[in-house]
Design a protein around this ligand. Sequence first.
Ligand SMILES: Cc1ncc(COP(=O)(O)O)c(C=O)c1O
Length: 357
Amino acid sequence: MEHPVLMIPGPTNLSEDVIKALCQPMVGHTSQEFYNDFKEAHALTAKLFGSNPERTVLFSGSGTFGMEALFSSFAEPGERMLSIVNGYFGDRFAEIGSIYGLKVKSMKFEPGQEVDVDALKNELSRESYSFVTLTHVDTSTGTMNDLKSVGEVVKQYNAFFVVDMVSSLGCAEFNFDDGPVDYAFSASQKCVGAPPGAIMVALSKELIEKRSTVKGRSYYFDLKRWLPVMKDPSIYLSTPNISVLRALRVALNEVFEEGLENKIKRHQELGRMAYEFVVERGWKPLSKRPSPSVIAFDLGKPIADEVQKRVYKQGILIAKGLGSMSSRVIRVGYMGWTTKELLYNTLKKIEDAFNGL
Ligand SMILES: Cc1ncc(COP(=O)(O)O)c(C=O)c1O
């Protein structure tokens, strides 16, 4: 097999032009060429979030850096954080908060179950929290949480609303400046179709103001240090992942050439198609609603490993479940430039493998 097609929930397939940009000869990190490319990638990142470029940070790292950067830039040990958990990545957020010395409570829902807004209201009325964290699309279950209803409650109780958009930014409707989110982050290897290695963060004015009472707790992860670099990328803070950031610039241009609205619509259609296909075959989606970037479903028997191997032999990489049900669960990602044909072909190959076992 020459190269497998990636139908995992990130990293995703790259377009020819993104690959070309990734393979350019190296340029200096403070050179004019990189300066221009970075400026453009940064402006497009802000446009993707619907945020002000002055409060948008783009730097080298993976999605998890977005979690670390929140605590090291804006939190003091001892502050309270409520982590809403209905999948694998909510738990990770809680763990990282504890490492930074926050008093963390996890509000747990069954994986894939939507957030009970009344229970959240109840919790926030009993205890005061500085931060409430939520995963927009949890990649382990393919569940898309409703930012609006959760965010309204969080703001009612004056907590900072923090959202992990690693598997949603670029695939789902969102506008940072319309509220209610104070800190949103995403990563390059998912919905926008770039290679792994770039992290994107949008910040509210109020959160930036909070920094005046907070001591930064990291060198690299301190977003206060990165903000001036966004204005002038010739300032040296730490050598950026030049190739990835240049490839991201091309990928973001492709997003806006397709049109963000068109892209979001395409992902919604892909999500519906995958959901219907899975339900029609009698498999059980872990989420009650389609998500625009990933579907996770229970095959009903512990054959996920064998199904994955058989599909891989035909040139397509799919993912198994994360966590306790991994032996029965398959996950298919449809991020980046995925077409209906490619998704359908992938699902058919899963069906063939399933039927052959
Ligand atoms: C929702 C979500 N959050 C955070 C992460 C962590 O990102 P990374 O693996 O790039 O550190 C992932 C990775 O898949 C994810 O899906």
